[in-house]
Write a protein that binds this ligand. Structure first.
Ligand code: RAM
Length: 886
């Protein structure tokens, strides 16, 4: 009997993906071993087109001697379109024993040559002249006959605008906001639906609704729309295989019909207007009389590259029941969901025909307890529903989402509000991978707020806010939060897609737009924002160990560095142009959004950092020429930085927290100067009464820098600070998400200006990285957590903490707990085929026990060595229970 097995097979990070267009998908698996210290010595992969692996394999990798169990590229015969490939894996341990074959998993290809294979026409409605009619969503339909029994059916669909596909009246699946948001005129995703169970022998109907969405709808704060195009269109191609082996293909063509319907308006920001009296029962069912429907217009759409869905889809991931119903001092009836959330309200009512129900959505109540929508700016976030009458009727929006905790309702009797209204939480359905908890409940709420911020702002692209007339893919915010987000969820499909849009939207001179997908209103080229081009791929590589993202993004990374290089008065100093600077830093001058750290210091610091990461990337990709080039450039930027921003005796000339933090975090100072600058940072914080003054740029690194230079205790004090400004200030104010401003709600209960005040903004949530790394103690030593660093920095401020992270190699968990302030118990688990260095804060290793046994006698523990501040030792995979004195 083997005591190890292969499990959790993935293809490009996903499980059993349907409809990918990658010729070389990357296969990964996890190993479960009962024995400690498991290392894989070899693997074998088999790929076949039938699940039983009875017929000849499409690809047999043979027995490959390697420890690698992640991102193995398929390298068999060229894959075919629209084919399901099953694969299974077995591995060998270092005793030459093989595991059993894993259970099979699969991937299914969509179109590998879409321009040749996707033959369906693009359909649109004839232009509607009347302005009110233009807001109405389109309903398209067709019917067709299937002569035999259906064995399998796949629908491939996409749109310009947002669409919902129905087969015989049923939704094609549970995914939402398709085709997602990409730089539409350059890249457009199509989706694959398994509709086998929905298509029947005989007559079938397809229905499709199309709304404006990001393509044609309102975007940004100037009240503009149609950023990508003005005509909503849809393209659908359905392949149906019958039991006699024949195939029917149904495509959008000139025979389809189009009409308007009850959805009279749908806008991402503004909500929906739905008149249920206009419903046409059975419009997506066979036999519907569509005689009064118009003919569709077949048209050519702007050139764009069609790509199979890259990201995980958006779905309803949780349903929340209202907490309470409030009557506000102004007399409004308001539902409190108890959580600032993103998605929509679904409701059921029984009412007379023509009853008008309105739902307005807001994030907070004002200090008097009244409904407050000032911070939404022009976003209406209002759903209006006109009742059909008769039996109970239900509604939830189609193409609009709201950021809200409070819902002001009119037109519904109070008794229907709690039972029949629920909050549907919607976001990209990424696998949750991390959890963090500790003995301080406020910190636990902070962690929850970070997760909710991520959920709310990961709706197909990383956004800054999900409520006001903005909701854009700000590069700076994504860059500061990506590492934290990668602890919480498996974010690779999400960021790989977004980074391809970033590269697509980069101009030939390498500039990076402030928001991705780019929209003209936003602008481009700020330091710390554009650096997302380099920092995000590098972080993904670090966290998941996959060089593919570096290969794919390399040209974009390099172009951004070269862009910076051309900006300054001299090649090594970036001292020109527009920059956001330390956005919302508290050391800002009156009426400014930018902290006082000089912008050229920030720009040059990021220039150095990105150049350093680019050199490391070149080295990882074995591009020695570029590595040399960018090592050199980096050295010169460092020297220019020191000449310009560091005094001859080694202080950072601008005495701000953010300047100190960047100089230390990015290793910009000479070694000898670092301890002193770290001390100055610590003093600055202490002189401020243990308060930070940092904005978007400095905050993410603040505690990491303090811990690195021996000021973990101060970092804990900063974390636990509840007075303004601090991470816990908003928590104490009752926040359930992270705010954009440290003082989104001020101490006196008044608000920061309506002008720019999101209550759901993840940038300051980047403290999550420090919670996992330093408090929980889970960090990486080698990309993809092949080697792990377990180093919780146990503090007098907490009595226990636990962190867990499902890495690409499997689960890593650490929990520590103090007993009577004299000893600590620390449980550690690391997955098979990894190693960890554990660092424990005791000076003598003889003081450490594992399950009661002295460390040097424990199986699985090696290389015990004393360090300056503690003991270090290595462990192989498995679970361990360490105890040691405080
Ligand atoms: C606002 C938001 C966003 C930030 C930009 C610069 O729109 O705060 O998060 O990145 O400004």
């Amino acid at each position: 009997m083997n005591n190890f097995s292969v499990t959790n097979l993935r293809v490009n990070y996903r499980r059993n993906p349907l409809g990918i267009d990658d010729y070389k998908p990357r296969l990964s698996w996890e190993i479960i071993s009962e024995k400690r210290g498991f290392i894989q010595s070899a693997y074998q992969i088999e790929v076949a087109t039938e699940k039983g692996f009875q017929s000849e394999a499409t690809w047999d990798s043979g027995i490959i001697t390697t420890e690698q169990n992640i991102h193995i590229e398929y390298s068999g015969p060229t894959l075919k379109s629209r084919t399901r490939y099953y694969f299974r894996v077995r591995v060998w341990d270092n005793q030459e024993t093989a595991s059993d074959w894993s259970d099979p998993s699969f991937w299914e290809t969509a179109f590998l040559t879409p321009t040749e294979e996707l033959k369906a026409n693009w359909l649109t409605a004839a232009p509607r002249l009347n302005a009110a009619d233009q807001d109405k969503c389109d309903y398209l339909r067709t019917e067709f006959n299937i002569p035999g029994k259906v064995v399998s059916a796949r629908a491939y669909a996409t749109s310009l605008g947002l669409y919902r596909l129905f087969v015989n009246g049923m939704p094609a699946d549970d995914t939402l906001f398709n085709p997602g948001w990409t730089s539409y005129n350059k890249r457009l995703q199509y989706q694959t639906y398994d509709v086998t169970s929905l298509i029947q022998q005989g007559v079938n109907a397809i229905g499709c609704m199309v709304g404006n969405g990001w393509y044609k709808g309102y975007l940004a704060w100037e009240g503009d729309k149609e950023f990508f195009g003005s005509r909503r269109s849809v393209m659908i191609q359905i392949h149906i295989t019958l039991d006699d082996g024949s195939e029917s293909v149904i495509m959008t063509d000139g025979s389809w019909r189009v009409s308007t319907g009850p959805l009279l308006m749908s806008e991402l920001y503004h909500g929906e207007y739905y008149d249920a009296r206009l419903e046409r029962a059975g419009w997506a069912l066979p036999g519907f009389a569509a005689d009064d429907w118009e003919k569709v217009v077949v048209h050519a759409v702007p050139e764009s590259v069609l790509v199979a869905q890259e990201n995980e889809p958006a779905r309803v991931t949780e349903i929340i029941k209202p907490d309470t119903v409030i009557i506000t001092p102004q007399g409004d009836t308001v539902i409190d969901m108890g959580q600032n959330m993103v998605g929509w309200v679904r409701f059921s009512v029984t009412a007379e025909a023509g009853t008008v129900i309105t739902l307005e959505h807001a994030e907070v109540l004002d200090r008097d307890g009244n409904f407050y929508t000032g911070n939404l700016r022009s976003a209406k976030q209002t759903v209006t529903y006109i009742c059909r009458g008769g039996e109970e009727e239900s509604y939830e929006p189609y193409f609009s989402f709201q950021g809200f905790r409070y819902v002001k309702v009119t037109g519904v009797s109070r008794d229907q509000l709690t039972n029949q209204f629920s909050g549907h939480v919607i976001h990209t359905d990424l696998e949750m991978t991390g959890s963090f908890r500790c003995s301080d409940e406020l910190v636990n709420q902070l962690q929850q707020n970070i997760i909710w911020g991520q959920r709310g702002n990961f709706l197909d692209i990383p956004t800054d806010c999900p409520q006001r007339d903005e909701r854009l893919g700000w590069t700076g915010d994504a860059q500061v939060f990506i590492r934290t987000s990668a602890y919480n969820m498996n974010v690779v499909p999400f960021f790989e897609k977004w980074l391809k849009d970033l590269a697509a939207d980069q101009e030939t001179d390498g500039r990076v737009p402030h928001v991705i997908p780019d929209i003209p209103a936003a602008g481009y080229g700020s330091s710390a924002w554009g650096d997302a081009a380099v920092i995000c791929p590098w972080t993904l590589y670090q966290c998941y160990g996959d060089t593919r993202v570096l290969e794919t993004q390399y040209a974009s990374m390099k172009a951004w560095v070269e862009y910076m290089r051309r900006q300054g008065d001299n090649e090594y100093l970036w001292n020109t142009g527009f920059h956001f600077g330390d956005w919302l830093g508290l050391d800002a001058k009156e009426n400014s959004y930018t902290g006082s750290t000089p912008k050229d210091l920030i720009a040059t610091a990021f220039f150095a950092h990105s150049t350093d990461l680019l050199a490391k990337t070149a080295s990882t990709l074995n591009n020695t020429e570029d590595e040399k080039e960018y090592r050199n450039l980096h050295k010169k930027i460092l020297s220019a930085f020191r000449t310009e921003f560091v005094t001859p005796s080694g202080r950072v000339a601008s005495p701000t927290q953010t300047a100190y933090v960047l100089a230390l975090m990015f290793d910009l100072l000479e070694e000898k100067d670092r301890p002193r600058v770290a001390k100055m940072l610590a003093e600055h914080i202490e002189e401020n009464g243990i308060h930070l003054t940092t904005g978007f740029v400095g905050t993410p690194y603040l505690n990491l820098v303090l811990s690195r230079f021996g000021y973990t205790d101060l970092a804990y004090k900063l974390l636990l600070q509840t007075e303004y400004p601090s991470w816990l200030f908003s928590v104490v104010q009752g926040a359930t998400t992270i705010w954009e401003h440290w003082d989104g709600i001020k101490q006196d209960g008044s608000f920061w200006s309506d002008n720019m005040n999101s209550y759901n903004h993840y940038a300051y949530g980047a403290i999550g990285d420090w919670l996992y790394q330093v408090v929980g103690g889970i960090d990486l030593k080698k990309p993809g957590y092949k080697e792990i660093l377990i180093r919780p920095q146990i503090s007098e401020h907490l009595s226990w903490a636990e962190a867990s992270y499902n890495s690409i190699h499997g689960n890593i968990s650490v929990s520590w707990k103090k007993f009577n302030e004299v000893s600590v118990e620390m449980l550690v688990t690391i997955p098979a085929n990894t190693l960890a260095e554990v660092i424990v804060p005791v000076s003598q290793y003889t003081e450490i026990r594992e399950n009661g046994v002295q460390l040097d006698q424990v199986i699985g523990v090696a290389q015990v060595k004393p360090m300056e501040s503690g003991c270090s030792f290595n462990i192989g995979s498995g679970s361990y229970r360490f105890t040691f004195p405080i």
